[in-house]
Ligand binder design. Structure first.
Ligand code: MCA
Ligand code: AMP
Length: 501
């Protein structure tokens, strides 16, 4: 098989001077220039002692150089571990101790906070958003390394941490075969090729921005307009030269708020993709009315990459996520028995195919618990109707998705429960007009304790990334429980449904 890096190198030889990266106000960077940059970075990785199977942990701002570092990591046979820039030091401590990387790359502005992490087994380097930092300096002087370490489809390429409904975050190990097969399936499904100009406004530390958007562009020869953050007006302004936008539902909610989103403004665009969280059917319809484009909704997960997609040609149904991608099988199974349920009935969505990850880093029991007869249990509830379309109807897992970021209540509840004056807590997601779901904490104080929400907020600030912190705190006398003593979160969601309305 060919790895994403090998496919990129091959494409770069063909594309040569064609821009891979365009950025507002900055010079474009061609495929050929990027290839050299990747090869220089590969040399630097070798100089720093990174070898086959080593983890390279990266918490940096979005830039072409960060993407080059990702490709160079694949080239030398190491494992790329991207980290959300919002993670706090406390969160990082865990990822670094669990994944034991050989190299940690951080933003130059953060080097003081992280220099002490350096040891005989961990190198610390920096990479900034403007081609600055120690790694960029080293790369500028390095001789390009042309050969790539041969890798098989089952060799690990990346680890992405995903929290869980219980206990610690788990590192999902994705193989070269996972990444390459998923990119190939998506290119075919969405008719994506070198004529495309992708407006890239997603972060590059998750599947969506990295293994969907970046992989598709570097393999196909498309150009990426690389934006460091989401800005509705800037994106609308770029649509006259763009062809594809990939976004989370919040992107579309925000685009629809602009009067400049019109049929004319989007006339050059070929396809708008949405995923990572449910797209509101009303946004789907409003977008079509305003622009004439039907958003193409797809469904994925960190452990599986992309699973299903509405068709490029054929009906794109609001509220449905389409059919399994080429080579990917999807079934609806009975929650208890694992037996396939009759057509149209609700059950657990299970997945099998070359996209499904290898397992959680160093957690064989957790891995085993998420598979049934070779099928990966997503924890999402869905139906497949007679029309063949998969519809996600809910989640069997306790998860909140805020603006496309996953937040696991258990992690937040454990931290809140440990605060002085707190008896217990329940963290829930409530309908939020911008973020889809707003993270909300319902807290029961200890008898006699006088809890102040500002104090609660500041107590969480250095422990949890900002997007995980509750937007609102609700103080309650007790939590609703069923006869088994389990907290009834559905009751809480119902009682506070209008909090953000
Ligand atoms: C930012 N904030 C958030 C979020 N993002 N709070 C909750 N949820 C969020 N998603 C915080 C900021 O720290 C800030 O806090 C305040 O909210 C307002 O920030 P704002 O400027 O409005 O935010 P933004 O910078 O515009 O970001 C919103 C965003 C962004 C564009 C929706 O969150 C985003 O790019 N999300 C995409 C996530 C993603 O790529 N998910 C894919 C995961 P303060 O002002 O207090 O400091 S991959 C996946 O799920 C699977 C595999 C799949 O199917 O794709
Ligand atoms: P993550 O763990 O970050 O990979 O998030 C994966 C989860 O996001 C899935 O298990 C779903 O619950 C959710 N998800 C992704 N795409 C969609 C979608 N199009 N509609 C509804 N939920 C989605």
């Amino acid at each position: 098989m060919q790895t994403i890096h090998e496919l990129f190198a091959q494409t770069a030889e063909v594309m040569q001077g064609k821009p891979l990266f365009e950025r507002p106000g900055k010079p474009a960077i061609s495929f050929a220039e990027t290839l050299v940059l990747v090869e220089r970075m590969a040399t630097v990785l070798g100089d720093l002692g990174v070898t086959v199977g080593d983890r390279v942990a990266v918490q940096v701002e979005k830039s072409p150089e960060a993407i080059a570092l990702y490709l160079a990591t694949l080239q030398v046979g190491a494992i790329y571990l991207p980290l959300n820039t919002a993670y706090t030091g406390a969160e990082l401590d865990y990822f670094i101790s669990d994944a034991t990387p050989r190299l940690f790359v951080c933003d130059p502005a953060q080097v003081k906070a992280h220099a002490a992490r350096a040891s005989a087994t961990l190198a610390v380097e920096t990479l900034g958003a403007n081609a600055d930092g120690s790694l960029a300096d080293r790369a500028a002087k390095a001789i390009p390394r042309e050969d790539s370490v041969p890798r098989g489809k089952d060799d690990p390429a990346s680890i992405l941490y995903t929290s869980g409904t219980t206990g610690r975050s788990k590192g999902a190990v994705l193989t070269h075969g996972n990444l390459a097969s998923n990119a190939e399936a998506l290119l075919e499904c969405w008719r994506f090729d070198a004529n495309d100009r992708l407006i890239h406004a997603l972060p590059i530390f998750h599947i969506h921005g990295l293994f969907v958007a970046v992989n598709m562009a570097v393999v196909s020869g498309a150009t990426m307009v690389l934006l460091t953050k989401f800005d509705a007006e800037e994106i609308i302004g770029l649509m006259d030269r763009g062809t594809v936008l990939m976004g989370v539902p919040t992107f579309y909610t925000r685009l629809l708020k602009s009067p400049n989103l019109t049929r004319e403004a989007t006339a050059n665009m070929r396809v708008f993709v949405s995923g990572s969280a449910p797209l509101l059917a009303e946004d789907h319809r409003a977008f079509q009315e305003r622009t004439g484009h039907m958003i193409l909704e797809r469904y994925g997960m960190t452990e599986t990459g992309m699973i299903a997609s509405n068709p490029y040609e054929g009906e794109r149904i609001p509220g449905a996520v389409g059919m399994g991608l080429p080579g990917v099988s999807v079934r609806i199974a009975d929650r208890e028995t694992g037996a396939a349920v009759p057509t149209g009935e609700i059950g657990l969505i299970e997945v099998k195919g070359p996209n499904v990850f290898q397992g959680y880093w160093n957690m064989p029991e957790k891995t085993a618990a998420e598979f049934r007869d070779g099928w990966f249990i997503t924890g999402d509830l869905g139906t497949i109707e007679a029309d063949g379309y998969l519809r996600i109807v809910g989640r069997d897992k306790d998860l909140v998705i805020s603006g496309g970021y996953n937040v696991y209540p258990k992690e937040i509840e454990e931290i809140i429960d440990a605060l002085p004056g707190v008896l217990e807590s329940a963290v829930i997601g409530l309908p939020h007009p911008d973020l889809g779901e707003g993270v909300t904490a319902v807290i029961v104080p200890k008898p006699g304790a006088d809890l102040d929400t500002d104090a609660l907020r500041s107590a969480l600030s250095d422990k949890l990334a900002r997007f995980k912190q509750p937007k609102r705190f609700i103080l309650a006398d007790a939590l609703p429980r069923n006869v088994m003593g389990k907290v009834q979160k559905a009751e809480l969601r119902k009682a506070h449904a209008a909090l953000y309305a």
